[in-house]
Design a protein around this ligand. Structure first.
Ligand code: PXG
Length: 288
């Protein structure tokens, strides 16, 4: 595996960043998690666009244009001989002094790791997940906007710890108003009749790339796709529920806070979307 740092490629054990990098000192930076399937980088342009939007929001100047970033990701995959796997792209504020001031960091650090993917075990997809709502609410837009995919993931990690403490793999995070926002590393959907519903981005969800692919697939299947505010009551009374994310793809949920969802097994709509999603990942994307 070769790791890209600021234009150079390093072997795994030699790929290092400074302890004075504000990405480490303050979680000051942004990132993307991207998948490669069958020799193609899936939805690369969308991931790069979201990265630059996150960077703009935190006033972080990425030291190269988006087209060069696309090339760097593809080149890292080539050098790592990766055809199927997971790409972690991060841009940190860079090396600076001890102190918050980002202006003391002259240049952002860009890191690209192209690695194998750690998948959820197959039984989670076969049986479906049992998840819980946690007490940690999703960050406020006015504090740290959840649309920014920042290196500061403690909000999500605290929720993940609560889920794991409760014997679950994922957690539903509510926003400060009590509406469903998303899970710790995935967006959430329900199926109710012929409607496919997911919380609006204004409820505190990440602009998930898998989320928007699944909404398109749903429309293609004749489902009425909507983004209303959703409550736990809506989730409990859904016919089907599933999570979406680059890593998890589409993973069914069969129990929420002890309430069985639908028939208690992955539903037909979920299965159909899973199949369509898999098909799409095999045939589209930026060639490596
Ligand atoms: N919400 C959050 C908070 C995320 O971090 C998603 C939703 C799904 O977005 P995409 O664009 O991937 O469909 C994410 C992204 C991990 C891991 O190791 C998870 C994500 C990103 C990076 C790593 O579990 N999820």
């Amino acid at each position: 595996m070769k790791i890209y740092i600021d234009g150079k490629y390093y072997d795994e054990h030699k790929a290092k960043v400074s302890v004075f990098d504000h990405g480490l000192l303050y979680g000051d930076g942004v990132f993307e998690g991207i998948r490669a399937y069958n020799g193609r980088v899936f939805k690369l342009a969308e991931h790069i666009e979201r990265l630059y939007c996150s960077a703009k929001s935190i006033l972080l100047k990425i030291p190269m244009p988006p087209a060069d970033m696309v090339r760097a990701v593809v080149q890292t995959c080539r050098k790592s001989k990766l055809r199927d796997g997971y790409i972690r792209l991060l841009v940190t504020r860079g090396v600076g002094s001890l102190g918050l001031n980002p202006h003391k960091c002259p240049r952002a650090t860009v890191v690209i790791i192209a690695d194998k993917i750690q998948l959820y075990p197959p039984e989670y997809y076969e049986r479906g997940l049992d998840i819980i709502t946690v007490a940690t609410t999703r960050n406020l837009h006015s504090a740290l906007n959840p649309a920014i995919k920042s290196l500061n993931y403690l909000n999500n990690i605290l929720a993940k710890i609560e889920a794991l403490n409760g014997g679950c793999e994922e957690a539903i995070m509510l926003n400060a108003e009590g509406f469903v926002a998303e899970c710790t590393g995935d967006n959430i959907f329900i199926v109710k009749g012929d409607r496919l519903l997911t919380p609006p981005l204004s409820a505190g969800a990440l602009y998930g790339i898998t989320r928007s692919v699944v909404m398109d697939l749903g429309r293609g299947q004749g489902l009425e796709v909507g983004e209303p505010n959703l409550t736990r009551h809506d989730m409990f009374n859904a016919d089907e529920c599933f999570l979406t994310g680059t890593g998890a793809e589409i993973i069914p949920v069969v129990k929420i806070d002890g309430r069985v969802i639908g028939a208690g097994k992955p539903g037909a709509v979920t299965r159909k979307l899973e199949g369509e999603y898999r098909k799409l990942t095999q045939v589209s994307g930026e060639p490596i």
